[in-house]
Design a protein around this ligand. Structure first.
Ligand SMILES: Nc1ncnc2c1ncn2[C@@H]1O[C@H](COP(=O)(O)OP(=O)(O)OP(=O)(O)O)[C@@H](O)[C@H]1O
Length: 461
């Protein structure tokens, strides 16, 4: 059977052309000659006809069109994929060799990940990052920074709870920049490393010019990524040094990316001058993933690890391990390990047994529609009856839409039931409400704040 990508190739290219406003001449030169050479699961190899555009043409295509093409493939076919570009002359040479030795096509291992940059985790790339409603803004901002370092958002400040993907996104940015420009000087450090190196350099000051060395290391770079900045905060000398590092880099138009467990405004011990600098750029957050995203993350891990796990088991994990992606992945690993240890097939019973310590009954806090309505009503100083009434005035209709959004985000209750409990409204009204709040939150940071506060009231952790 023909792969859907091959079947829809012309449509994909046409979409790419229109969506990205590619001129006819550029399209004819770069895009039209591209052909799908092979499809192996999610790995697509595309041939670049170097007899038309030369060997360097491939580099240009990768830089300029690889990502738009990947997105177009996803838009048209719904398939996420990894693209590799190969010169047609090389492909032909290899085919010749294969014919000569009489070999059949070689099988590739499930997923091969090269460790190109030792200080980065090779698995933390944009390709392995699952985008969901909990992280889509953080993902988009990270990709934008990776594509155009120091041009749009500087600094980029990513915050979120434990194990939600901040480090993964930071490494993805670093990988992307280095893949595009292997000469870029990219430095990724945890703030603990930064602090330790600083202390060490101060301690050695008498013997060598170690403070100057420290400064040289941190200021003579193109991109600085500092993970978990909260560990720097609270230590005066490190804040001071970081302040100067920040200024030096920012002034010379170098990109700075920072992650933290809280937004700058909530870090109490953060000096005002640093806080205001962090707010020069863009601050984005990562929330806990919803059910669909948790499932997608599990599937991605299944694919990367070359596993094949029953869907019911995946659903069991996604339903029960909710707030932390590290735990979500850990749950899958534990189940697989147990199955190997006792040499039994992975099924829900085995999953329950393997995760019994992780999933305690107390974790299953009961968040109900009624609870959400009560807390939202109280916050806006209206009554619960107002929320479920048919009243249409904005001071009531808007909190009602906030309830819809919170019910969707904080519970697994089906839309139909949410609608019923919110005054017998049908599910399209609920979807409309949810989308409205999502859109408004993108533009309105005070609404986002309100939602954060409400979430904490509903689900204090
Ligand atoms: N959207 C995602 N798609 C795929 N994997 C993810 C995603 N988000 C997080 N993960 C995985 O979850 C694990 C934890 O993520 P990560 O270490 O980036 O979290 P973190 O926010 O930096 O945590 P901490 O606060 O502890 O530093 C990693 O293995 C990461 O690959």
């Amino acid at each position: 059977m023909k792969d859907v990508i091959i079947e829809k190739w012309d449509e994909i290219l046409e979409y790419l052309k229109i969506e990205h406003g590619i001129s006819n001449v550029s399209f004819r030169t770069w895009i039209q000659p591209l052909q799908v050479y092979s499809v192996d699961g999610n790995n697509i190899t595309i041939s670049v006809d170097d007899s038309l555009i030369g060997v360097d043409g491939k580099k240009f295509i990768i830089k300029k069109y690889a990502l738009p093409l990947k997105v177009s493939i996803e838009e048209i076919t719904g398939k996420e994929c990894d693209l590799t570009f190969e010169l047609l002359s090389e492909i032909n040479k290899n085919e010749e060799k294969k014919k000569e030795s009489g070999n059949s096509v070689q099988e590739k291992p499930a997923t091969q990940i090269q460790n190109k940059y030792p200080f980065l985790n090779p698995r933390y790339t944009f390709d392995t990052f699952v985008v969901g409603s909990n992280n889509n803004l953080a993902h988009a901002a990270s990709l934008a920074v990776a594509e155009s370092p120091a041009e749009i958002y500087n600094p980029l400040f990513i915050y979120g709870g434990v194990g939600l993907g901040k480090t993964h996104l930071m490494h993805s940015i670093a990988h992307f920049i280095l893949d595009q420009n292997p000469d870029a000087k990219v430095l990724y450090v945890t703030s603990e490393v930064f602090t330790n190196e600083l202390i060490e350099s101060i301690r050695n000051r008498a013997d060598t010019n170690s403070v100057a060395e420290f400064r040289k290391k941190y200021r003579n770079i193109d991109v600085l990524l500092i993970d978990d900045i909260q560990f720097i905060i609270g230590k005066e000398s490190t804040q001071e040094e970081f302040f100067h590092t920040f200024n030096a880099l920012h002034e010379s138009k170098k990109q700075i990316i920072i992650s933290s467990d809280k937004p700058p405004k909530d870090i109490e011990t953060l000096e005002e001058r640093l806080r205001s600098r962090f707010e020069w750029g863009l601050t984005v957050d990562i929330q806990s993933p919803d059910y669909e995203t948790r499932m997608a993350i599990l599937k991605k891990k299944e694919e990367l690890d070359g596993l094949s796990i029953d869907d019911e088991v995946m659903k069991y994990i996604a339903t029960n391990v909710k707030s932390n992606i590290r735990e979500l992945e850990g749950a899958l690993t534990q189940i697989v390990a147990r199955s190997r240890l006792i040499n039994k097939k992975v099924d829900v019973a085995l999953a329950e047994e393997a995760l019994k310590d992780l999933i305690s009954p107390n974790d299953k806090k009961d968040i109900t529609v009624e609870l959400i309505i009560g807390i939202v009503a109280e916050h806006f100083d209206i009554s619960s009856d107002d929320i479920i009434s048919s009243k249409k005035s904005r001071n009531i209709a808007y909190p009602r839409q906030i309830c819809m959004y919170l019910c969707r985000t904080l519970t697994e209750i089906p839309l139909k039931d949410i609608g019923n409990k919110l005054g017998k409204r049908d599910h399209t009204t609920i979807i409309h409400g949810i989308e409205k709040i999502k859109k408004d939150m993108e533009k309105d940071s005070s609404l986002k704040n309100t939602i954060d506060v409400l979430m904490k009231k509903i689900n204090p952790q």
